[in-house]
Design a protein around this ligand. Structure first.
Ligand code: DGL
Length: 267
């Protein structure tokens, strides 16, 4: 593996494409291999054991593709499996939660932060822990938004159904007086127009993807792993389940970078 090797990225479905967007903007020279585990979406209601089982299969697949590092573009895995996985594998592995927590504390003026995430992430309290490690006095309110992932996976980003879910989940966080809202599941930034439309201009929404890419750039710089070659970057997409839907929805989310989706069976 060298500097020009691709980065491996994975999530349950299209959510990790928020991380892909940030990568394309901030590090366009990097190639990547994306894996959407659409056979097992959603991850948010899965057990620890199931999550580890999926992660090991996907990481082995990506390692066989000779990736130089892995971005776990999933709040759920970053909260639950990442600490153990990064001890188990020798290649650099980064998630979105620590980065999201660091970005949030920089944004908040009143020290009250809301976390919108999957049920599994909320149960893990990973965001509360990370934020309180940096700023012990901060108040963190976490809420599970279970209907958001199916909405995004089916390409429904606007409309009454979305607005209703946003009101139901985000309303109680606003009542706590938060000034910063972390979109703690990588699917949620695709709902930003609806979320910001409801929350209003005084609330800062944090997409952890941006800070994640800032941090992976730092890791690559320190380790001499940045791709400074002028070759054209390549972008490959794999899924474990429905490839048609991933293609249609994904293309709408990230445009022409998504040219083809290959379906693979990891079992
Ligand atoms: N996008 C992932 C996350 O950030 C997984 C969501 C899901 O499949 O429930 O948590």
């Amino acid at each position: 593996m060298g500097k020009t090797s691709p980065i491996g990225i994975f999530d349950s479905g299209v959510g990790g494409l928020t991380v892909v967007k940030a990568l394309l903007e901030q590090m366009p020279a990097e190639s990547f291999i994306y894996f959407g585990d659409t056979a097992n979406v959603p991850y948010g209601n899965k057990s620890r054991e199931q999550l580890f089982n999926y992660a090991h299969k996907i990481i082995s697949f990506l390692i066989k593709k000779k990736v130089k590092a892995i971005i776990i573009a999933c709040g759920t895995h970053s909260s639950i499996t990442l600490p153990e996985l990064s001890r188990h594998y020798s290649l650099p592995m980064l998630g979105v939660v620590k980065a999201g927590a660091r970005a949030a504390v920089k944004c908040s003026k009143n020290g009250k932060i809301g976390i919108a995430a999957t049920q599994a992430t909320v149960n893990s309290l990973a965001y509360s822990r990370e934020i309180k490690n940096i700023c012990p006095g901060f108040e963190v309110y976490e809420t599970a938004c279970s209907r958001f992932v199916p909405l995004v996976e089916s390409g429904r980003l606007y409309g009454e159904e979305v607005n209703k879910a946003v009101r139901e989940y985000i309303g109680p966080l606003l009542e706590r007086g938060i000034d910063t809202l972390v979109l703690g599941c990588t699917h949620y930034p695709f709902l930003v127009p609806a979320i910001e439309g409801f929350a209003g201009k005084n609330i800062i929404t944090v997409d952890p993807s941006c800070q994640t890419i800032v941090e992976i750039r730092e890791v690559f710089s320190q380790k001499g792993m940045l791709n400074d070659d002028n070759c054209r970057a390549f972008h490959h997409f794999y899924v474990s389940g429905n490839d048609d839907s991933f293609y249609k929805v994904g293309k709408n989310l990230i445009g022409d970078t998504l040219k083809e989706v290959r379906k693979v069976n990891l079992d």
